[in-house]
Every structure is written in structure tokens, then in C-alpha cells.
Ligand binder design. Structure first.
Ligand SMILES: *Cc1c(COP(=O)(O)O)cnc(C)c1O
Length: 388
């Protein structure tokens, strides 16, 4: 049993085959269709698809004009791509501690005190990268209020949160941010195999995102710097990349997006079932901020482990491996990875440290049956009851 996996239908397969039989495998209309459908679903004006969530994050950092040596703050607990995207540009990265008992996201109070501290030394960040852990929305409103006060831009890394809601609007509507990014890796809410998308309401950002993903090249008459020399003419105006999503994958994305409401309902039902049926005093589950609806990308437990004995996390993983059930840990705090660790002091992130030492993700995905879910719950009960 996997902790997460894709659910691909016959109509998904037909959509992909349809593109394979058409003229355009890339740079055709399927990409535009997928972008328009996603923008409409989340309530944003513009969407740009990418060949991964990571490339969408990198392009977003370029689009909001981050430059070498700018400072960027990132949620301390996330997948490494949330911070790497700023590193690609040569930015300095620092981390903001999370709220360990409410959503496992950036804590607005920790953010505010970090700004107060930082004002004394004078170096404010240019941007903040906010993560919605496991699909549970960060408390965006107070975070955006603080950032606006200091002129700090916000990118939402919503890789987990397609379909989640914050105060009755979908994550991705960018009410409280400059750009929001989704990932379509197979473990995420919907999949294109690999893929991502950046959403924004700002037309300048939208233009820049589209330039960055295609070599920095412009073709259309209105966007040229030099007068067109003829119908063959295009010009490179900035240094971009080839970060494009092919139409084959965009067709899969549109088809998967049609299934998203069903996926969300299944995940919510499974999450509520876990909440009702896991009744173990050493185990607690993720709580949401008021006004938040999670997409339930992950079901994260916080467990009271001992370091080495029969109640250690290693021994839980072994116990579940013998049951053929995949567990996971989301995530090793980014500042603990060897690439980052020499520059950061763990003791500055007490909540992230506490969270990480207790975190376990149990299986949750749109293809999980109640029967399989019962095996997970039964496994937890048996593990934590031993010795009692
Ligand atoms: C998956 C993920 C990414 C990267 O997305 P890819 O599509 O795999 O490049 C970035 N941030 C977070 C939080 C993720 O979970």
C-alpha cells in the first residue's frame, strides 16, 4: 500500500491518445485549454503551465524580479524545491518557523517577530515563500498583512493544495499573494506525470512567466523591441529556459482536473474517517485554521515516540513495512539538509524541530479503499498498544 499514488481513468488515457494522434505534441491548444480550465477552477486571471512545479517556482522567482543576493524567506518545513527556486537565482535564503500545533505552516506570530528582529539589523527579505502543508492552507491574511507592511512579495507554493479553500475562495486565486504554484507530480492532487502551473492576477507577471518558460523569446508584434523583419522574426529579450509542458501532458491534466471534485470528496471522506477512528493517546492529527478547507494531499500524524525503544519512529516504520504499508515523513526541515545545514542554527526553529521529530504521514489518496484504510488504523492501534 503506497502513501500516495495517481488515479488514471480510461478517459484520461483517451485524452492523451487524442493528442498523440493530432498534429501538435507540444505548443498546441491542449496547453491553453488546461491553463484556462485551471485558472477558472481556482479563480485567478492568468495561468502558465510548466514542465514541473519546481520550474514553475523558479520562473515565479524570476517573474517577481528576484535577483542575485536578494534575501528570500521560506517556510522551514517543506520539500527542498520551495527554497531551491530562490537559490537558482543566487538569492540568500532564510527560514521562518512553523506553527507546530496548527496546520504545520508558517506561524504569523513567528513571522512578525522575525520581522521585528530583522528591522534591527536592517536586511529585510524581498519575498516570502509560503507553503500549504499537506493541503492545509496557511493563514494567508495575517501573513499578507505583515508582508504588505514591509513591501515583501509572496509566492504560494501550493504544490499540495489544489482544491483547498481559504475563507471561501480556492487556493490559487492569489487574493493574498503575487503568484501561486501547483505541482502535478503523480503523488499530488492531480497529475500530468511531471508538471506544474503558476497562477497570477498580474498581467506583467503573466507575460514574464511565459517568457521565462520559453527561452526569453518574444514573437508577437506588440511585444518586440526591434521592428519585425518579417513573418519568420522572433527575438530573445531575456535569458529564459525550456520549461514548457507538452500538449500530451496538458491533455492528461485537463482530464484529471475534471476528476478533481471527486478526488477532493474521496480524500475528505477518508481524512474524516481517520480523524474519527484514530483514537490513540500518543497520536494527534493536523488541525486546520478557521475558514480553511484542506485538499488533504497528506494525512500527517504527530506521535509521541521514544528515541530508541519499542516506541521509536524507526520501529513504527519497520512494523508497517512488515504489513506492506508505506509510511513517509514530510519533511526533514530544509535547513537540516547538508546543502543548507552549515548556515543555519536549528535552535532558531523550535517548532519545526518538534514537528519533525513527531511527524509521520500515513496513506491517503483518491484510490484508497476503506478496507485498506482500516488496515492502517489497525496497524497503528497494534503498534501503540504493545507493552500496555
Ligand atoms: C512536489 C513539490 C514541489 C515540486 O514539484 P515538482 O512538480 O515535483 O517539481 C515543490 N514544493 C512542494 C511543497 C512539493 O510538495
Amino acid at each position: 500500500m503506497k502513501y500516495s499514488q495517481q488515479l488514471v481513468s480510461e478517459s484520461d488515457i483517451e485524452a492523451v491518445v487524442g493528442v498523440l494522434k493530432s498534429e501538435m505534441l507540444t505548443q498546441g491548444s491542449a496547453v491553453v485549454d488546461f491553463e484556462e480550465a485551471t485558472a477558472a477552477f481556482v479563480g485567478a486571471k492568468f495561468a502558465a503551465s510548466f514542465n514541473s512545479g519546481t520550474s514553475a517556482l523558479h520562473a515565479s522567482c524570476v517573474a517577481i524580479d528576484l535577483a542575485k543576493d536578494d534575501l528570500v524567506w521560506v517556510s522551514a518545513v517543506s520539500f527542498v524545491a520551495s527554497a531551491n527556486c530562490a537559490k537558482y537565482i543566487g538569492c540568500a535564503v532564510d527560514f521562518v518557523d512553523i506553527d507546530s500545533d496548527n496546520g504545520f505552516n508558517i506561524c504569523p506570530n513567528a513571522l512578525l517577530s522575525k520581522f521585528s528582529e530583522t528591522l534591527k539589523t536592517g536586511r529585510l527579505p524581498k519575498a516570502l515563500i509560503v507553503v500549504h502543508m499537506g493541503g492545509a492552507p496557511s493563514d494567508l491574511k495575517p501573513i499578507a498583512d505583515i508582508c504588505r507592511r514591509y513591501g515583501v512579495k509572496i509566492i504560494e507554493d501550493a504544490s499540495h493544495a489544489l482544491g483547498a479553500q481559504y475563507h471561501n475562495r480556492r487556493i490559487g486565486c492569489c487574493e493574498y499573494s503575487d503568484i501561486t504554484v501547483f505541482s502535478f507530480h503523480p503523488v499530488k492532487m492531480i497529475t500530468t506525470g511531471e508538471g506544474g502551473m503558476a497562477l497570477t492576477n498580474n498581467p506583467d507577471y503573466s507575460e514574464k512567466l511565459k517568457a521565462v518558460r520559453s527561452h526569453g523569446i518574444q514573437k508577437s508584434e506588440g511585444n518586440l523591441i526591434v521592428t519585425s523583419e518579417g513573418p519568420w522574426y522572433y527575438e530573445q529579450q531575456s535569458l529564459g529556459f525550456n520549461y514548457r509542458m507538452p500538449d500530451i501532458l496538458a491533455a492528461l491534466g485537463s482530464s484529471q482536473l475534471n476528476s478533481l471534485p471527486q478526488f477532493l470528496e474521496t480524500r475528505l471522506q477518508l481524512a474524516e474517517r481517520y480523524q474519527q477512528l484514530i483514537d490513540i493517546h500518543q497520536v494527534s492529527t493536523q488541525r486546520l485554521n478557521r475558514g480553511s478547507v484542506s485538499s488533504w494531499h497528506l494525512f500527517i500524524l504527530q506521535c509521541e515516540f521514544d528515541d530508541e525503544g519499542i516506541y521509536s519512529r524507526k520501529s513504527l516504520f519497520k512494523f508497517f513495512k512488515d504489513l506492506d504499508i508505506d509510511l513517509n515523513v514530510h519533511y526533514l526541515p530544509i535547513y537540516r539538509h547538508p546543502y543548507y545545514s552549515s548556515n543555519y542554527d536549528r535552535s532558531l526553529f523550535p517548532n519545526a524541530e518538534n514537528y519533525y521529530s513527531r511527524a509521520v504521514s500515513i496513506p491517503l489518496h483518491q484510490g484508497l479503499s476503506f478496507k485498506d484504510q482500516d488496515l492502517v488504523i489497525d496497524g497503528l492501534n497494534r503498534f501503540f498498544e504493545r507493552g500496555n
